[in-house]
Design a protein around this ligand. Structure first.
Ligand code: 5AD
Ligand code: SF4
Length: 473
């Protein structure tokens, strides 16, 4: 079989990163191997995102640039996958004559047939069929890259929540969960290849298995926790309305479950939450945070916010700032509201102009930056167990920067802080063996988005530890 080169360009969330791995897995038997270079590729897959208008524009401008490459190399196959493909379908072929294939979010396993047909007859194909359930009999392709410390595992797809601003239910289809046995098989395969940490993915992992009558998400976590050789478990994303007491208890019970939860709240005002169709109140959210902190006092809590939802008044926005001050998140992502096709909020009155949205976004980010700085500074002197994920690129404010004869490494704490540390370059630990191991790091300083510190002697091994911090003597 002739070897051909495949370039996959991924925009968007972790689901797309996972899907990219599946795409390279299903195309490998056709002779495709991955390349970072578009110029040498025989096929380019653009794995798109449409969560906000900007992401969609990014996909189209990238696709636009490919037209030139295709005209110089007509044999190149250009395929568009992901959420923009699902949303726009046939329209992409009409708008972009250089595109050969548009495949939706449920079409990945039909890719080999479609690519074979294009290779033999140069036809153009659109496949955006959605199905109601995950085809459990289909083998997942397994890890395509070796040497990874962390891996994403999709445990479910789709969403039935229909938040009024959101395009996801329209482009990822109805919620459907994979069978736990398949998930565990895939995790074991990753662990055999050296993965130490998995992140379980779904739009709303808290409702995992409900529809199909599989186990609950807390029960799934329990089974994943028992996988030998696995060091850490993370998951994302959780919907506050479905965060069960059972799951909250898991943070106290499961030693491999990282002390971090991403719990998107979107707004701190009840009327806005109602109009977003979030189905919880500000009070209910605050109560869940309190429960989490009771069960696991050092749990890190991060969130997503949308500013400038249609009709959001100044007072309602202030309620969001007030919630941020009350909860004191460990980090957050904030977005300006963006109209999406098929999302009901696109038809709501009271749209705010871009400058108001920008101002609110900035105010929110400034507030969080202050909280993050205070939180980070309070961590100086603490010791964190870190999973080392590889050598890191340097930042100048760090006295351990690579200008000195040191090699910088980076990893993450259980609470998901990014932590850099250095080891003298002739130190016996400075080889690939560091990657994928755990080490205790004493925090000595903070950047805006990361911490740096010193390796505690003899603390490097393959044991994840409990992950809690201790104050240095
Ligand atoms: N406009 C702005 N932000 C959005 N998000 C989802 N849809 C929109 C939209 N239409 C944000 C939410 C969600 C995150 C993934 O993206 O905060 O949690
Ligand atoms: Fe979108 Fe809401 Fe579903 Fe999240 S829970 S994917 S915001 S509809």
């Amino acid at each position: 079989m002739t070897s051909k080169l495949l370039h996959i360009s991924t925009i968007g969330c972790q689901m797309n990163v996972y899907d990219a791995n599946q795409i390279s897995g299903v195309l490998a038997p056709l002779g495709y191997r991955g390349t970072d270079s578009i110029d040498t590729a025989d096929m380019v897959v653009v794995n798109t995102c449409t969560i906000r208008e900007k992401a969609e524009q990014k996909a189209f401008s990238f696709l636009g640039r490919l037209a030139k490459i295709k005209s110089a190399k007509p044999a190149l196959i250009i395929a568009v996958g992901g959420c923009v493909a699902q949303q726009e379908g046939e329209a992409i072929l009409k708008r972009m004559p250089h595109v050969d294939l548009v495949f939706g979010t449920h079409a990945i396993f039909r890719l080999p047939d479609m690519v074979r047909r294009i290779e033999s007859s140069r036809c153009r194909i659109v496949d955006v069929r959605l199905s109601d359930r995950i085809d459990v009999d289909r083998p997942m392709t397994g890890p395509q890259t070796d040497g990874q410390v962390s891996a994403f595992i999709t445990i479910m797809r789709g969403c039935d929540n229909y938040c009024t601003y959101c395009v996801v239910p329209h482009v990822r289809g109805r919620e459907a969960s994979r069978h736990p046995d398949r998930i565990l098989e895939e995790i074991r395969l990753h662990v055999q290849r050296g993965v130490r940490e998995v992140t379980l993915l779904g739009q709303n992992v808290n409702s995992y298995g409900n529809k199909e009558g599989l186990c609950t998400f807390a029960e799934l976590l329990e089974r994943v926790n028992a996988v030998d050789g696995l060091g850490r478990i993370r998951f994302t994303t959780s919907h506050p309305k479905d965060l069960s007491e059972d799951l909250i208890q898991s943070f106290g019970r499961l030693e491999k479950l990282c002390r971090h939860i991403h719990l998107p709240v979107q707004s701190g005002n009840d009327e806005i939450l109602r109009r977003m169709n979030r189905r919880y109140t500000r009070r209910a959210y605050i109560d869940k945070i309190a429960r989490l902190r009771t069960v696991c006092p050092d749990i890190a809590i991060t969130s997503d916010f949308i500013v400038g939802f249609p009709g959001e008044s100044d007072r309602q926005f202030k309620a969001t700032l007030d919630l941020i001050e009350k909860v004191r998140f460990d980090g957050l992502f904030a977005f300006m509201y963006s109209d999406r096709p098929n999302a009901p909020a696109a038809g709501y009155s009271g749209k705010l102009n871009e400058s108001v949205k920008k101002e609110r976004l900035q105010a929110l980010l400034d507030l969080q930056a202050t909280i993050t700085r205070q939180k980070y500074n309070s961590l100086i002197g603490h010791i964190f167990r870190v999973l080392v994920d590889g050598p890191s690129r340097g930042t100048s404010a760090d006295p351990h920067s690579p200008a000195s004869p040191q090699i910088r490494w980076s990893g993450r704490s259980s609470a998901n802080h990014i932590i850099h540390f250095s080891v003298p370059d002739r130190h016996p630990l400075n080889n690939e063996l560091l990657t994928g191991n755990f080490a205790d790091i004493m925090i000595e300083g903070a950047h805006a988005h990361s911490l740096w510190g010193r390796l505690i002697d003899d603390s490097m091994d393959d044991r994840p530890g409990k992950g809690e911090t201790t104050i240095a003597a």
